[in-house]
Structure formats: structure tokens, C-alpha cells
Design a protein around this ligand. Structure first.
Ligand code: ZN
Length: 130
């Protein structure tokens, strides 16, 4: 799928974010290897630690629908550039350690990298990461 369409899907999700505390709305669009796209938005909570990021919302929605292999992730936000947090990097690495990721901020400024570049040594249960 074209990057532009994935960015649109991320922006759509971003508009649905529930972010009454920070005002920082984030959207994610995760493309599967078979071309499906799963969206996620951040969902905040008055008990802050319960908040879930857009990236994990998209990932968990995808896994719930049986997806296990991913092609690309696009993350957008209404403010500063939305680099995935450490928890999301770890969660995504379970399924796609080399996942290409594009982040785009409100000014349309884009950065592209791979998950392996962001998290070179993810935690692996019972073993060392490659
Ligand atoms: Zn996160």
C-alpha cells in the first residue's frame, strides 16, 4: 500500500484519539503482509499508567484478527514527532523486529527508520536477543 494511504489511515485514527489529559493525539496504521490495515489511537485514562499508545492499540487489534506478520507502521500526531515509546517498540518486536516505521508530525515532517534500529536488543524470554 502506498505510504500516503497509510498516513491517511493513521490521521483518521489520530482524530479519534482519547487524549483529554495531554491533548497529544496519536494515530497509528499497521499494514499486514497480506495488505490489511489496522488502526489505533491513544486511549488515555485518569489513572495515567492505564493509558495505551496508538501503536499497541493497532497491534493488538491486528493480532485479535489473526494477523501476525507486518509490512509497515505509520504513526502520526498532532504535535511533536511521535517516536514509538519503549513499550511499543518491545511489543512490536515480538512480531516484526525489522518493521519499517514512518513517523509524521503535524507539520508533515517525516522520519523513517526500522524497529531494529530503534530497539536493537529487544527482551526475549529465556534467551539473548540477536
Ligand atoms: Zn507506546
Amino acid at each position: 500500500m502506498e505510504l500516503r494511504r497509510l498516513e491517511q489511515a493513521a490521521r483518521e485514527a489520530q482524530d479519534k484519539a482519547y487524549a483529554p489529559y495531554s491533548g497529544y493525539q496519536v494515530g497509528a496504521a499497521l499494514e499486514t503482509d497480506d495488505g490489511r490495515v489496522f488502526q489505533g489511537c491513544n486511549v488515555e485514562n485518569s489513572s495515567f499508567s492505564v493509558t495505551c499508545c496508538a501503536e499497541r492499540v493497532a497491534l493488538f487489534a491486528a493480532v485479535t484478527e489473526g494477523a501476525r506478520a507486518f509490512k509497515r507502521l505509520v504513526v502520526s500526531a498532532n504535535g511533536r514527532t511521535p517516536y514509538p515509546c519503549g513499550a511499543c517498540r518491545q511489543a512490536l518486536s515480538e512480531f516484526a523486529p525489522g518493521l519499517p516505521i514512518t513517523v509524521v508530525n503535524d507539520d508533515g515532517e517525516k522520519h523513517e527508520f526500522t524497529l531494529g534500529g530503534l530497539l536493537p536488543h529487544p527482551f526475549l524470554f529465556g534467551g539473548e536477543s540477536a
